[in-house]
Design a binder for this molecule. Sequence first.
Ligand SMILES: [Fe+2]
Length: 128
Amino acid sequence: MPKINVYTNIDEVEREAKKDLIDRHSPFITVEGVAKKGEMLSVNVKMGNEYTHPDDFDHYIESITLFNGDTKLASASFVPGTLGNEKSHAEVTFNIRPMGKKLNLVAHGYCTKHGIWESTPVVVEVTE
Ligand SMILES: [Fe+2]
């Protein structure tokens, strides 16, 4: 079972190497537009904000998974070479249909060398 690392704000981290490690492994969630009940909503998840992650055969981002609270909504998996074997940001857009009053979105990114990394939760109000 891989360790689950929870995102911490890199502005509060002093060592450059540690900032790089945290940032490049952290999923960042962006919701496009307004969430309306029963209508498709695009949720983008991008690994790393300021720092890029390797895409090597023995070290790459293998998957990105999106949850609503405890419920898994979607997952995307990658193979080494998806990003041309160059350091980059693994990224995926999930199209989901919200049915409740709000979403509590959390994403996990899995690095084959450094385990699972959890995003900051994003709460989205869903309008009728
Ligand atoms: Fe890694």
